[in-house]
Write a protein that binds this ligand. Sequence first.
Ligand code: GDP
Ligand code: MG
Length: 451
Amino acid sequence: SLSDRLGTVFDRLRGRGALSEQDVRDAMREVRVALLEADVALPVARDFIARVTERAIGQEVLKSVTPGQMVVKIVNDELVAMLGGEEAVGKGPMGEGEALNLSVAPPAVVMMVGLQGSGKTTSTAKIAKLLKDKQGKKPLMASLDVNRPAAQEQLAVLGEQAGVATLPIVAGQQPVDIARRALGAAKLQNFDVLLLDTAGRLHVDEALMAEMKAVASVSTPAEVLLVVDSLTGQDAVNVAQSFSDEVPLTGVVLTRMDGDARGGAALSMRAVTGKPIKFAGTGEKLDAIERFHPARVADRILGMGDVVSLVERAAETIKAEDAEDLAKRMMAGKFDLNDLRKQLKQMQNMGGLGMLAGMMPGMKKAKAAMASSGMDDKVLVHMDAIIGSMTEKERARPELLNAKRKKRVAAGSGTSVQEVNKILKMHQEMGRAMKQIKKMGGLKGLGALLG
Ligand code: GDP
Ligand code: MG
């Protein structure tokens, strides 16, 4: 596996510090093999490696992981980003993030394009069913496939299974005419979405592209989805390039993700079209469709999920070590306003010491008070400004802050003396909390709490 290979590359490297250019280049040779094995198209793999190399050189290696593991984490993160980023995947049934954009005057036309056998007809029915069941839409489907015998009947059968209407079949009509008739029917019968299932060919050819262009120009689709078999592999680039040259693609549907494909086509599609992968087909049944998850696919490509979570855990450990350092400072009575400021910053970032803050009776109260009074991140920014307006001496020795100095700090930070007092009170409460912890058995007790 990639992890074994990288292990060998980095065996000689036991030192810590930053990743050197040579380390990274050696590692990238292995990553490249892994990408090609996962069927990522060659030019895409090359580009990807260049990006990762740039990011990785000079990167600090976390304590308790090896440089090889560090590289894998960087590769993974970049892969997820290039696949569209996990945060783009919405949480709703269709996903909010990059779901279909149907906010046009109805009927919103969704045109499905792709090679023969890629899964267009099946995906058309799957998406129509999703729209009907999860979004309360009233979709109409129409097959423009006049090449393959019984292609139009196939869609009609799926429509019946899905409970979605299909345009009645009229023998002898050409694709553009069917598209026009479908539009008319949709308008007349108040369908809000019209899905056009187009014909495919075994290979990209001029006749097919001309047909796609003509259909797009009469139907002005809101979405043009390129349907690609995830097993397409190296050919994915050519297919994606040809279609995206001729029709304005808005997204990709990757089918047969339930098979043994390693997901390389996903990276190629995204890189070549620059369009989001909106859905993944995961079986033949009509509900076997889901939002595309970059993190899951990145794991399929690299097969490195374990290493990625290992590095994430190591990063967590370091945060915990920071928290322990802070606790030590507090115990030694060295916790001053500089420390509080750092703590507030961490709270802003929602991680790290926030965990410790939640445990501290003083901070817990302060946090609850903030929440109940509708205080939010803006307040944290205010607090930061207040501490920032103090002199270094005042931060180290808050007792210096008399009424006159408080006034100056309030003016300097654009806040009020009342707010300055609030911060000082919070600091005092934390001090008191420390004493309580000391009574509970000091750092050992705290350690137990920290787990
Ligand atoms: P089209 O020629 O592009 O319209 O492709 P079809 O929709 O007719 O699909 C071709 C075959 O692939 C059919 O047997 C489908 O059941 C199957 N298929 C489509 N999508 C998927 C998928 O996500 N997973 C699996 N396992 N099979 C699929
Ligand atoms: Mg078909």
